[in-house]
Design a binder for this molecule. Structure first.
Ligand code: ADP
Ligand code: MG
Length: 595
């Protein structure tokens, strides 16, 4: 009987740790937010639920238990759980808002510091938490109704139901466009922004949900123990949650849950070490022996897992694309036409310095709608930097960029993407841990489908949008002749295939202006020709292109106009014939080869 209570208690504990690991997994494994202060959500959840459900001071129950605390709202347990979730979510939103501008590694430090601040506040505000003394008499659900003998079993069932519900909800969310977007952000946030994704707010939402989950875990924990005090929420708890998640497999909620069970098994297993002859004497002589041994064992296990199962015991699985829709591939939506008859892009006096080097040094040119313009120049001329400046990936130091007459200088990548400018990168920036199909789907998914609400409730309109994107992905896969690779991870593609997929993502979006940085580099000759034929076809349908390319034959054959850059400046601009005849260009770049 004792053993049964012990075992059920342990399973409950493992489930609660599993819940914590799942919440952290949503923040890190999905959205890539490195949170070293996760214990703080656990803490505020525990205190919130305790305070909300404690009988009010002076009440009969309070006096009967000769309790000591200053605040108790006496609300039902369910209200406590809701308060715990809210407290966790609010804390997460606060941290997210304060540190939104921090890069990942600073955020890691900030979250650690935040947890320490929360712990010190909880420790010092004695009117709220009774500080180091903590609060006992935290009510237990159906405490008086269920017999003490079967209470552990009852609480296990309650925990399993709560954890199971949250687990199912988060798994559903993970498979929806919202989850897909989070994984894309984790893989490459900048590239997601150039596809128009509002990555900051998606990350904030993931943080908030992860915070709410941590809060609920805190509530489950405090009501099972009946006591809560600040000493329970030391940084080592965060460390253990990380261990559980990494051991189990980040990105996979089943893995996080399994990791928690392994962690608890080891943690509690070391209790029995004291009974092993030889070790029992050491344990008796040195009280810190067992706790230390615990962490040595967990550490060794982590090393073994990292060595032999780099993705964790249950790594993130590859998601297979649904079977191709039987209907004929949908045609890409028409390209919105630029509002003006004037240039679609006007660049004037654009500047960017890196330290002492002027990478772009007062460059200017215009693009007419419906044309293909080649951007050529020697290595280091500033071509890639130019594309970064135009797409908002880097902020110019001076000069202006106008898109269809509208000043877009200094806007963010996502704002510029929304206004109709698409781009690819010289070194393709895909989502390597996602499949080819998923890479396309992320690019083609309308924003309204990527919301939290859309992840929780589907509607006919959203299903239609999803189907339309899937049909478009099918058409793009077929057009680029990579349909057989739909379920391959983008990270396993060859250089040329990555280039194709980068273009494919833009074809999903069909912006009126696309900037391509060396689309045919590393692509074999036949495929490079095909690729440019595709570009020419998209151009006939109305897309304007600016293409950085070194292969002069392709440039001369496909481009209407050519811009030549050299040392950050525009050296010449004109038709292929004019450029061919331009002695200066021949000197600087072509070296007479083409002439
Ligand atoms: P291109 O694409 O024409 O080969 P780039 O735009 O990549 O040229 O680079 C232009 C110059 O700016 C090069 O000298 C390069 O070394 C420098 N540069 C580019 N990006 C950076 C950066 N982030 N930091 C410092 N220097 C850079
Ligand atoms: Mg370049």
């Amino acid at each position: 009987m004792d053993l049964l209570a012990f075992a059920t208690g342990l399973i409950s504990l493992a489930l609660i740790y599993g819940l914590l690991a799942i919440g952290l997994n949503l923040q890190f494994g999905f959205a890539g937010v490195i949170n070293f202060g996760y214990v703080a959500f656990f803490a505020v959840g525990a205190f919130a639920s305790a305070i909300v459900t404690l009988p009010p001071p002076g009440s009969e129950a309070y006096l009967e238990a000769s309790a000591r605390y200053d605040i108790g709202l006496g609300l039902p347990i369910a209200a406590g759980f809701i308060a715990a979730a809210l407290a966790g979510a609010l804390l997460a939103l606060f941290i997210g808002a304060v540190s939104a501008r921090l890069a990942t590694h600073y955020l890691a430090v900030a979250t650690f510091a935040m947890a320490e601040v929360v712990r010190s506040v909880l420790g010092n505000e004695t009117w709220l938490t009774r500080g180091e003394f903590g609060i006992s008499n935290v009510p237990q659900p159906l405490g008086g109704v269920i017999s003490p003998e079967s209470y552990a079993l009852f609480y296990l069932a309650l925990t399993a139901v709560v954890v199971g519900l949250i687990f199912a909800l988060l798994r559903r969310l993970g498979e929806k466009p919202f989850g897909r977007l989070l994984r894309a952000i984790k893989d490459d946030e900048v590239s997601a922004r150039t596809l128009g994704k509002r990555t900051a707010s998606a990350k904030l939402r993931a943080l908030a949900i992860g915070g709410a989950v941590g809060g609920v875990a805190g509530a489950l924990w405090t009501h099972s123990l009946g006591v809560v005090h600040v000493g329970q929420f030391v940084p080592i708890v965060t460390f253990q949650i990380w261990l559980a998640m990494l051991m189990g497999g980040s990105g996979n909620h089943w893995g996080a849950l399994l990791g928690a069970f392994v962690l608890i098994a080891i943690r509690e297993g070391t209790r029995f070490v004291g009974g092993i002859p030889g070790l029992d004497e050491i344990a008796a002589a040195n009280p810190s022996f067992l706790p230390s041994l615990r962490f040595v064992l967990i550490g060794l296990l982590l090393i073994a897992v990292v060595r032999f199962f780099p993705g964790g015991l249950l790594p993130e699985r590859r998601r297979k694309a649904p079977a191709a829709p039987g209907t004929a591939p949908a045609h890409a939506p028409p390209v919105p036409v630029a509002a003006t008859d004037g240039p679609i892009l006007e660049v004037a006096g654009l500047r960017k310095r890196f330290g002492g080097l002027a990478a772009v040094d007062g460059a200017g040119f215009v693009l007419r709608p419906g044309t293909i313009t080649g951007l050529i120049g020697p290595n280091g001329a500033g071509k890639s930097t130019m594309i970064d400046l135009l797409s908002g990936v880097q902020r110019p130091d001076g000069g202006t960029v106008r898109l269809a007459g509208e000043d877009i200088t200094g806007l963010t990548p996502e704002e510029i993407a929304d206004k109709g400018l698409g781009r690819t990168f010289q070194t393709p920036r895909l989502y390597p841990s996602m499949t080819v199909w998923e890479n396309l789907m992320v690019a083609g998914m309308p924003r309204g489908n990527e919301t939290l609400r859309a992840g929780l409730w589907s509607s006919a309109a959203r299903r239609r949008a999803e189907q339309a994107a899937a049909a478009r992905a099918e058409a793009v896969l077929a057009e680029l002749e990579i349909a057989h690779m739909r379920d391959e991870l983008a990270g396993s593609l060859s250089g040329g295939q990555r280039k194709l997929l980068s273009l494919g993502r833009q074809m999903m979006r069909r912006p009126p202006l696309i900037l391509l940085d060396e689309p045919a580099a590393g692509v074999n000759r036949r495929l490079a020709g095909d690729l440019f034929d595709r570009i020419a076809e998209l151009n006939r349908q109305g897309t304007t292109f600016l293409i950085v390319e070194h292969e002069m034959q392709l440039i001369m054959r496909y481009c209407d106009r050519i811009v030549v850059m050299h040392q950050g400046r525009v050296l010449a601009e004109g038709t292929p014939e004019e450029i061919r005849a331009n002695a200066e260009v021949i000197e600087a770049y072509l070296g007479g080869a083409v002439a």
